[in-house]
Design a protein around this ligand. Structure first.
Ligand SMILES: Nc1ncnc2c1ncn2[C@@H]1O[C@H](COP(=O)(O)OP(=O)(O)OP(=O)(O)O)[C@@H](O)[C@H]1O
Ligand SMILES: [Mg+2]
Length: 362
Protein backbone atom coordinates (compact mmCIF):
# COMPACT_ATOMS: atom_id res chain seq x y z
CA UNK A 1 0.00 0.00 0.00
CA UNK A 2 1.42 3.40 -0.93
CA UNK A 3 1.42 6.08 1.76
CA UNK A 4 -1.38 8.67 1.82
CA UNK A 5 -0.48 11.88 -0.04
CA UNK A 6 -1.78 15.43 -0.13
CA UNK A 7 -3.12 17.21 -3.23
CA UNK A 8 0.45 17.86 -4.45
CA UNK A 9 1.51 14.25 -4.03
CA UNK A 10 3.60 14.83 -0.88
CA UNK A 11 3.27 12.08 1.72
CA UNK A 12 0.97 13.06 4.57
CA UNK A 13 2.70 13.15 7.94
CA UNK A 14 1.85 10.14 10.05
CA UNK A 15 2.20 10.11 13.85
CA UNK A 16 5.76 8.77 13.44
CA UNK A 17 6.66 11.71 11.19
CA UNK A 18 6.56 14.37 13.90
CA UNK A 19 8.94 15.15 16.78
CA UNK A 20 8.56 12.51 19.48
CA UNK A 21 7.28 13.10 23.01
CA UNK A 22 9.47 13.03 26.12
CA UNK A 23 9.20 9.24 26.43
CA UNK A 24 11.10 8.60 23.18
CA UNK A 25 14.91 8.91 23.07
CA UNK A 26 15.41 8.23 19.36
CA UNK A 27 12.88 8.20 16.52
CA UNK A 28 13.64 6.90 13.03
CA UNK A 29 10.87 7.83 10.62
CA UNK A 30 10.83 6.26 7.13
CA UNK A 31 14.61 6.39 6.92
CA UNK A 32 16.26 5.26 3.69
CA UNK A 33 19.92 5.48 2.74
CA UNK A 34 21.54 4.89 -0.63
CA UNK A 35 25.31 4.84 -1.05
CA UNK A 36 26.49 5.73 -4.54
CA UNK A 37 28.96 3.12 -5.74
CA UNK A 38 31.32 3.10 -8.72
CA UNK A 39 29.39 0.39 -10.57
CA UNK A 40 26.04 0.46 -8.79
CA UNK A 41 24.25 2.10 -5.86
CA UNK A 42 23.82 0.27 -2.57
CA UNK A 43 20.54 0.71 -0.74
CA UNK A 44 21.72 0.29 2.85
CA UNK A 45 18.41 1.24 4.51
CA UNK A 46 14.86 0.94 3.23
CA UNK A 47 12.05 2.84 4.94
CA UNK A 48 13.12 2.16 8.52
CA UNK A 49 10.69 3.38 11.20
CA UNK A 50 11.44 2.74 14.86
CA UNK A 51 10.98 4.45 18.24
CA UNK A 52 13.49 3.78 21.01
CA UNK A 53 11.90 4.58 24.40
CA UNK A 54 13.88 6.62 26.93
CA UNK A 55 15.93 4.48 29.35
CA UNK A 56 15.30 1.30 27.36
CA UNK A 57 17.81 -1.06 25.81
CA UNK A 58 17.04 -1.49 22.10
CA UNK A 59 18.72 -4.30 20.21
CA UNK A 60 19.33 -4.26 16.46
CA UNK A 61 20.22 -7.66 15.07
CA UNK A 62 20.97 -8.80 11.55
CA UNK A 63 23.58 -10.50 9.42
CA UNK A 64 26.55 -8.69 7.91
CA UNK A 65 25.52 -5.95 5.50
CA UNK A 66 21.95 -5.68 6.84
CA UNK A 67 22.38 -1.95 7.51
CA UNK A 68 22.74 -2.00 11.31
CA UNK A 69 25.80 0.27 11.55
CA UNK A 70 24.41 2.68 8.99
CA UNK A 71 21.23 3.01 11.06
CA UNK A 72 22.94 3.54 14.39
CA UNK A 73 25.43 6.02 12.91
CA UNK A 74 22.49 8.27 12.05
CA UNK A 75 21.84 8.83 15.74
CA UNK A 76 25.08 10.76 16.24
CA UNK A 77 25.07 12.35 12.79
CA UNK A 78 27.89 10.22 11.33
CA UNK A 79 25.53 9.24 8.51
CA UNK A 80 22.66 11.23 7.03
CA UNK A 81 19.49 9.71 5.60
CA UNK A 82 18.88 9.96 1.85
CA UNK A 83 15.23 10.33 2.82
CA UNK A 84 13.29 10.14 6.05
CA UNK A 85 13.94 11.78 9.41
CA UNK A 86 15.82 11.03 12.64
CA UNK A 87 15.14 12.69 15.98
CA UNK A 88 17.26 12.47 19.10
CA UNK A 89 14.80 13.50 21.80
CA UNK A 90 13.10 16.64 20.46
CA UNK A 91 15.98 17.54 18.07
CA UNK A 92 15.89 16.55 14.44
CA UNK A 93 19.44 15.50 13.57
CA UNK A 94 19.25 16.82 10.00
CA UNK A 95 18.66 20.37 11.27
CA UNK A 96 21.66 20.44 13.62
CA UNK A 97 24.74 22.40 12.62
CA UNK A 98 27.93 23.53 14.39
CA UNK A 99 27.46 23.63 18.15
CA UNK A 100 24.17 21.73 17.83
CA UNK A 101 26.02 18.82 16.21
CA UNK A 102 28.78 18.98 18.84
CA UNK A 103 26.17 18.84 21.60
CA UNK A 104 24.58 15.84 19.87
CA UNK A 105 27.94 14.02 19.96
CA UNK A 106 28.21 14.71 23.71
CA UNK A 107 24.66 13.51 24.20
CA UNK A 108 25.30 10.23 22.38
CA UNK A 109 28.47 8.22 22.98
CA UNK A 110 29.65 5.24 20.98
CA UNK A 111 31.34 1.96 21.93
CA UNK A 112 33.12 0.11 19.12
CA UNK A 113 33.98 -3.52 18.35
CA UNK A 114 37.64 -2.56 17.84
CA UNK A 115 37.78 -0.46 21.08
CA UNK A 116 39.45 2.49 19.23
CA UNK A 117 41.92 3.22 22.06
CA UNK A 118 45.12 5.23 21.70
CA UNK A 119 47.89 2.70 22.34
CA UNK A 120 50.47 5.31 23.39
CA UNK A 121 48.28 6.80 26.12
CA UNK A 122 47.43 5.39 29.53
CA UNK A 123 43.99 4.01 30.35
CA UNK A 124 43.23 7.18 32.36
CA UNK A 125 44.34 9.44 29.49
CA UNK A 126 42.17 7.51 27.01
CA UNK A 127 39.14 7.85 29.26
CA UNK A 128 39.87 11.55 29.90
CA UNK A 129 40.01 12.37 26.17
CA UNK A 130 36.40 13.60 25.72
CA UNK A 131 36.75 15.85 28.79
CA UNK A 132 40.04 17.27 27.45
CA UNK A 133 38.19 18.14 24.22
CA UNK A 134 35.46 19.80 26.30
CA UNK A 135 38.06 21.89 28.21
CA UNK A 136 37.02 20.50 31.59
CA UNK A 137 39.34 21.60 34.45
CA UNK A 138 42.01 19.08 35.47
CA UNK A 139 40.71 18.41 39.00
CA UNK A 140 37.18 17.77 37.83
CA UNK A 141 38.51 15.68 34.96
CA UNK A 142 40.63 13.48 37.22
CA UNK A 143 37.77 12.98 39.66
CA UNK A 144 35.38 12.01 36.89
CA UNK A 145 37.89 9.61 35.29
CA UNK A 146 38.55 7.92 38.63
CA UNK A 147 34.83 7.56 39.26
CA UNK A 148 34.09 6.04 35.88
CA UNK A 149 37.10 3.68 35.96
CA UNK A 150 35.90 2.52 39.35
CA UNK A 151 32.44 1.89 37.88
CA UNK A 152 33.83 -0.36 35.14
CA UNK A 153 36.10 -2.18 37.61
CA UNK A 154 39.44 -0.84 36.33
CA UNK A 155 40.43 1.61 39.09
CA UNK A 156 43.71 -0.27 39.61
CA UNK A 157 44.69 -0.18 35.91
CA UNK A 158 44.46 3.55 35.30
CA UNK A 159 48.20 3.92 34.57
CA UNK A 160 48.42 0.83 32.34
CA UNK A 161 48.59 1.11 28.55
CA UNK A 162 45.98 -0.59 26.34
CA UNK A 163 48.60 -3.10 25.12
CA UNK A 164 48.82 -4.52 28.65
CA UNK A 165 45.08 -5.25 28.84
CA UNK A 166 42.88 -8.16 27.77
CA UNK A 167 40.15 -7.64 25.17
CA UNK A 168 37.49 -7.47 27.88
CA UNK A 169 39.49 -4.89 29.84
CA UNK A 170 40.02 -2.83 26.68
CA UNK A 171 36.29 -2.80 26.10
CA UNK A 172 35.77 -1.66 29.71
CA UNK A 173 38.07 1.26 28.93
CA UNK A 174 36.01 1.94 25.78
CA UNK A 175 32.84 1.95 27.86
CA UNK A 176 34.43 4.17 30.55
CA UNK A 177 35.46 6.67 27.85
CA UNK A 178 31.92 6.60 26.45
CA UNK A 179 30.42 7.19 29.91
CA UNK A 180 32.77 9.94 31.04
CA UNK A 181 30.50 12.70 29.67
CA UNK A 182 27.47 11.04 31.29
CA UNK A 183 25.60 10.75 27.98
CA UNK A 184 21.88 9.93 28.13
CA UNK A 185 22.25 7.75 25.01
CA UNK A 186 24.88 5.06 24.44
CA UNK A 187 25.41 3.43 21.04
CA UNK A 188 27.17 0.06 21.01
CA UNK A 189 28.17 -1.25 17.59
CA UNK A 190 29.17 -4.90 17.97
CA UNK A 191 30.76 -4.06 21.33
CA UNK A 192 31.11 -7.74 22.24
CA UNK A 193 31.77 -9.29 18.84
CA UNK A 194 35.54 -9.53 19.34
CA UNK A 195 35.19 -11.15 22.78
CA UNK A 196 34.86 -14.75 23.98
CA UNK A 197 31.50 -15.84 25.48
CA UNK A 198 32.55 -15.45 29.15
CA UNK A 199 33.93 -11.94 28.54
CA UNK A 200 30.83 -11.09 26.49
CA UNK A 201 28.69 -11.95 29.53
CA UNK A 202 30.76 -9.59 31.71
CA UNK A 203 30.42 -6.73 29.23
CA UNK A 204 26.68 -7.41 28.86
CA UNK A 205 26.34 -7.27 32.67
CA UNK A 206 28.25 -3.99 32.73
CA UNK A 207 26.00 -2.44 30.06
CA UNK A 208 22.96 -3.70 31.96
CA UNK A 209 24.26 -1.88 35.08
CA UNK A 210 24.80 1.30 33.04
CA UNK A 211 21.16 1.12 31.94
CA UNK A 212 19.80 0.43 35.42
CA UNK A 213 21.98 2.82 37.45
CA UNK A 214 22.09 5.81 35.11
CA UNK A 215 18.84 5.16 33.19
CA UNK A 216 20.92 5.44 30.00
CA UNK A 217 19.13 4.60 26.75
CA UNK A 218 21.28 2.01 24.99
CA UNK A 219 21.13 0.94 21.35
CA UNK A 220 22.94 -2.35 20.89
CA UNK A 221 23.94 -3.51 17.41
CA UNK A 222 24.86 -7.18 17.32
CA UNK A 223 24.60 -10.41 15.37
CA UNK A 224 24.45 -12.43 18.61
CA UNK A 225 20.95 -13.32 19.84
CA UNK A 226 22.41 -14.18 23.26
CA UNK A 227 23.31 -10.52 23.73
CA UNK A 228 19.74 -9.51 22.80
CA UNK A 229 18.30 -12.09 25.19
CA UNK A 230 20.38 -10.97 28.17
CA UNK A 231 20.48 -7.22 27.63
CA UNK A 232 17.67 -5.81 25.52
CA UNK A 233 14.08 -4.81 26.24
CA UNK A 234 13.16 -4.61 22.56
CA UNK A 235 14.72 -5.87 19.38
CA UNK A 236 14.52 -4.95 15.70
CA UNK A 237 15.56 -7.65 13.23
CA UNK A 238 17.14 -6.24 10.07
CA UNK A 239 17.58 -7.88 6.72
CA UNK A 240 18.74 -6.20 3.53
CA UNK A 241 18.23 -2.68 4.87
CA UNK A 242 14.77 -3.32 6.27
CA UNK A 243 13.37 -3.97 9.71
CA UNK A 244 11.58 -7.25 9.08
CA UNK A 245 10.30 -7.71 12.63
CA UNK A 246 10.47 -5.75 15.87
CA UNK A 247 8.98 -5.81 19.34
CA UNK A 248 9.54 -6.72 22.97
CA UNK A 249 12.32 -9.30 23.32
CA UNK A 250 10.11 -11.69 25.27
CA UNK A 251 7.41 -11.63 22.56
CA UNK A 252 9.92 -12.04 19.75
CA UNK A 253 11.48 -15.04 21.48
CA UNK A 254 8.13 -16.64 22.16
CA UNK A 255 6.62 -15.98 18.75
CA UNK A 256 9.22 -15.27 16.08
CA UNK A 257 7.37 -14.78 12.79
CA UNK A 258 9.87 -13.79 10.11
CA UNK A 259 12.25 -16.55 8.89
CA UNK A 260 15.29 -14.38 9.77
CA UNK A 261 13.99 -13.95 13.33
CA UNK A 262 13.29 -17.65 13.61
CA UNK A 263 16.86 -18.44 12.61
CA UNK A 264 18.25 -16.12 15.30
CA UNK A 265 15.87 -17.40 17.99
CA UNK A 266 16.52 -21.02 17.06
CA UNK A 267 20.19 -20.55 17.94
CA UNK A 268 19.28 -19.68 21.53
CA UNK A 269 16.03 -21.58 22.14
CA UNK A 270 16.35 -24.91 20.33
CA UNK A 271 12.65 -25.61 20.57
CA UNK A 272 12.01 -27.36 17.30
CA UNK A 273 12.19 -31.11 17.87
CA UNK A 274 13.66 -33.26 15.11
CA UNK A 275 11.22 -33.88 12.26
CA UNK A 276 11.60 -37.62 12.86
CA UNK A 277 9.80 -37.10 16.18
CA UNK A 278 7.00 -34.75 15.06
CA UNK A 279 6.37 -36.57 11.81
CA UNK A 280 6.46 -40.11 13.12
CA UNK A 281 3.26 -41.97 12.37
CA UNK A 282 2.23 -42.04 16.02
CA UNK A 283 -0.90 -39.91 15.57
CA UNK A 284 -2.10 -37.24 17.94
CA UNK A 285 -1.63 -33.47 17.79
CA UNK A 286 1.71 -31.75 18.25
CA UNK A 287 1.43 -28.61 20.38
CA UNK A 288 3.96 -25.94 21.23
CA UNK A 289 3.55 -24.63 24.77
CA UNK A 290 5.11 -21.40 26.01
CA UNK A 291 4.80 -20.54 29.69
CA UNK A 292 6.49 -18.38 32.26
CA UNK A 293 9.05 -20.66 33.77
CA UNK A 294 7.80 -20.86 37.34
CA UNK A 295 7.51 -24.59 36.82
CA UNK A 296 3.83 -24.39 35.83
CA UNK A 297 4.21 -26.45 32.66
CA UNK A 298 4.71 -29.98 33.86
CA UNK A 299 2.14 -30.09 36.73
CA UNK A 300 -0.50 -28.78 34.32
CA UNK A 301 0.30 -31.56 31.88
CA UNK A 302 -0.27 -34.18 34.57
CA UNK A 303 -3.65 -32.56 35.28
CA UNK A 304 -4.54 -33.05 31.61
CA UNK A 305 -3.69 -36.72 31.90
CA UNK A 306 -5.77 -37.04 35.04
CA UNK A 307 -8.79 -34.85 34.19
CA UNK A 308 -9.14 -35.39 30.45
CA UNK A 309 -7.53 -38.80 30.01
CA UNK A 310 -5.10 -37.41 27.46
CA UNK A 311 -1.86 -39.10 26.62
CA UNK A 312 1.08 -36.69 26.74
CA UNK A 313 4.47 -37.26 25.18
CA UNK A 314 7.08 -34.50 25.67
CA UNK A 315 9.14 -34.18 22.47
CA UNK A 316 11.28 -31.19 23.47
CA UNK A 317 11.54 -28.90 26.48
CA UNK A 318 13.79 -25.97 27.32
CA UNK A 319 13.83 -23.27 29.96
CA UNK A 320 15.52 -20.01 29.00
CA UNK A 321 16.27 -16.84 30.92
CA UNK A 322 15.18 -13.93 28.74
CA UNK A 323 15.85 -10.44 30.11
CA UNK A 324 15.28 -11.53 33.74
CA UNK A 325 12.22 -13.66 32.91
CA UNK A 326 12.33 -17.43 32.88
CA UNK A 327 10.43 -18.85 29.92
CA UNK A 328 9.60 -22.49 29.30
CA UNK A 329 9.13 -23.88 25.80
CA UNK A 330 7.75 -27.37 25.33
CA UNK A 331 6.70 -29.36 22.30
CA UNK A 332 4.31 -32.18 23.19
CA UNK A 333 2.38 -34.83 21.32
CA UNK A 334 -1.17 -35.05 22.69
CA UNK A 335 -3.50 -37.94 22.00
CA UNK A 336 -7.06 -38.49 23.11
CA UNK A 337 -10.68 -37.75 22.32
CA UNK A 338 -11.00 -34.57 20.16
CA UNK A 339 -13.35 -32.92 22.70
CA UNK A 340 -10.95 -33.72 25.51
CA UNK A 341 -8.06 -32.28 23.49
CA UNK A 342 -9.98 -29.03 23.07
CA UNK A 343 -10.80 -28.90 26.78
CA UNK A 344 -7.18 -29.71 27.59
CA UNK A 345 -5.94 -26.81 25.46
CA UNK A 346 -8.51 -24.54 27.14
CA UNK A 347 -7.27 -25.59 30.59
CA UNK A 348 -3.69 -24.76 29.62
CA UNK A 349 -4.66 -21.37 28.23
CA UNK A 350 -6.74 -20.59 31.31
CA UNK A 351 -3.54 -21.12 33.31
CA UNK A 352 -1.51 -18.70 31.24
CA UNK A 353 0.14 -21.23 28.95
CA UNK A 354 0.25 -20.24 25.28
CA UNK A 355 -0.76 -23.18 23.11
CA UNK A 356 -0.23 -23.37 19.37
CA UNK A 357 -0.57 -26.32 17.04
CA UNK A 358 2.63 -27.54 15.41
CA UNK A 359 1.01 -30.36 13.51
CA UNK A 360 -2.32 -32.15 13.33
CA UNK A 361 -3.46 -35.71 13.66
CA UNK A 362 -1.91 -38.05 11.20
N1 LIG B 1 30.27 4.42 3.24
C1 LIG B 1 29.73 3.47 2.48
N2 LIG B 1 29.83 3.49 1.14
C2 LIG B 1 29.27 2.56 0.36
N3 LIG B 1 28.56 1.52 0.84
C3 LIG B 1 28.42 1.42 2.16
C4 LIG B 1 29.00 2.38 3.07
N4 LIG B 1 28.67 2.03 4.34
C5 LIG B 1 27.95 0.90 4.24
N5 LIG B 1 27.78 0.54 2.96
C6 LIG B 1 27.02 -0.63 2.47
O1 LIG B 1 25.73 -0.57 3.05
C7 LIG B 1 25.28 -1.85 3.42
C8 LIG B 1 24.99 -1.86 4.91
O2 LIG B 1 26.21 -1.70 5.61
P1 LIG B 1 26.31 -1.67 7.20
O3 LIG B 1 27.72 -1.42 7.54
O4 LIG B 1 25.30 -0.72 7.75
O5 LIG B 1 25.88 -3.15 7.58
P2 LIG B 1 25.98 -3.91 8.98
O6 LIG B 1 24.65 -4.52 9.20
O7 LIG B 1 26.50 -2.99 10.02
O8 LIG B 1 27.04 -5.06 8.66
P3 LIG B 1 28.18 -5.72 9.61
O9 LIG B 1 27.45 -6.70 10.49
O10 LIG B 1 29.09 -6.39 8.63
O11 LIG B 1 28.83 -4.61 10.37
C9 LIG B 1 26.38 -2.81 3.00
O12 LIG B 1 26.06 -3.33 1.75
C10 LIG B 1 27.61 -1.93 2.93
O13 LIG B 1 28.52 -2.44 2.00
MG1 LIG C 1 28.20 -3.00 11.17
Amino acid sequence: MSPATDALGHPLAGPEDTAPGADVAVRFSHVSKTFAGASHDVQALRDVTLDVPVSSVQGIIGYSGAGKSTLVRMVNGLERPTSGRVWVEAQEVERLRGSGLRDLKKHTAMVFQSFNLLETRTVAANVAMPLVLDGVAVDERDARVEEVLDFVGLADRSQAHPGELSGGQKQRVGIARALVRQPPILLCDEATSALDPATTTQIVDLLDRVNREFRTTIIVVTHEMDVIKDLCDSVAVMEDGEIVESGAVLDIFNHPRHPATRRFVEGVVPSTPPASLTESGEGGDVWRLVYSGDGAGRPLLSQLVRDFHLEVNILAATVTEIRHHTVGHMVVRMSGDPGDLLRGAERLRANGVQVSAEGSRS
